[in-house]
Design a protein around this ligand. Structure first.
Ligand SMILES: Cc1cc2nc3c(=O)[nH]c(=O)nc-3n(C[C@H](O)[C@H](O)[C@H](O)COP(=O)(O)O)c2cc1C
Length: 228
């Protein structure tokens, strides 16, 4: 087992030196505009000896943000911020995947750039609290997305995936509280009837290669959003 850990492996298009990867962890260290900074670059570069870093959840849109000071990947400034991170990781010999994450209802207006009510497949309030700049607050009830808003959220994922590759990411991982949570079973059935059962598969990677290189890990959301 220990020996296997240190053997190289090919994961999709990625050649990894060994099999230790860093799990995604929200750090809440970006700017209020969702821009990764030098501090983020230093943090990830310090961890580049793992074969693969999976970044903290990164919102594909204003609506996709829910926690404080998380990074986005949908503006030019955010792409430039992520470029600092990917360059630092690559210089240190590592590889980094950007995790796209729309938080769905696990959000608070105080943590978003626009201060609007969170959106989710259905208007079901989570029984939980969330950290904001003024301390722990109840998570409010979200507004249910319309069918056309679901389609534009999918488009946000497409754009963000392309932006992540532009920012130098070795791949993207698409996670989503909107498409993946069992709490939304009824709403997911509604969405699934339109987009297919693959909406239930919450995690997928999309390499930089061609669609022909599709691996089983790339099903699910990537089937939905396509590769950049
Ligand atoms: C502070 C913190 C932040 C986290 N942020 C994310 C995140 O942004 N995206 C994600 O998919 N998982 C996130 N996680 C989940 C971790 O990746 C997960 O805890 C880790 O993979 C270990 O799995 P386990 O908790 O099931 O043992 C976070 C966990 C912690 C403790």
């Amino acid at each position: 087992m220990i020996e296997t850990l240190w053997r190289p492996i090919k994961a999709g298009d990625l050649e990894l030196n060994h099999r230790l990867a860093m799990a995604p962890m929200t750090r809440s260290r970006s700017t209020p505009a969702g821009i990764p900074t030098e501090m983020n670059a230093e943090y990830y570069a310090q961890r580049a000896s793992t074969a693969l870093i999976i970044s903290e959840g990164t919102q594909p849109s204003d609506d996709g943000q829910g926690y404080i000071l998380t990074p986005g990947i949908y503006t030019d400034a955010q792409i430039a911020g992520w470029r600092k991170v990917t360059d630092a990781v690559h210089s240190a010999g590592g590889k980094i995947v950007i995790q796209l994450m729309h938080v769905g209802r696990i959000a608070h207006p105080a943590n978003t750039p626009h201060g609007r009510q969170p959106v989710a497949p259905s208007a079901v309030q989570p029984k939980a609290k969330i950290f904001t700049m003024t301390g722990l607050q109840d998570i409010p009830s979200p507004r249910a997305l319309t069918e056309s808003e679901v389609a534009s959220t999918v488009q946000d994922y497409r754009n963000a995936a392309a932006a992540a590759i532009k920012a130098g990411a070795d791949a993207i991982v698409a996670g989503s509280a909107i498409f993946g949570s069992d709490d939304y079973a009824a709403a997911i059935s509604r969405i699934a009837s339109k987009y297919g059962a693959e909406t239930r598969l919450w995690s997928a990677t999309c390499g930089v290669g061609t669609p022909e290189n599709t691996t089983s890990m790339r099903r699910g959301l990537v089937t939905l959003v396509g590769c950049p």
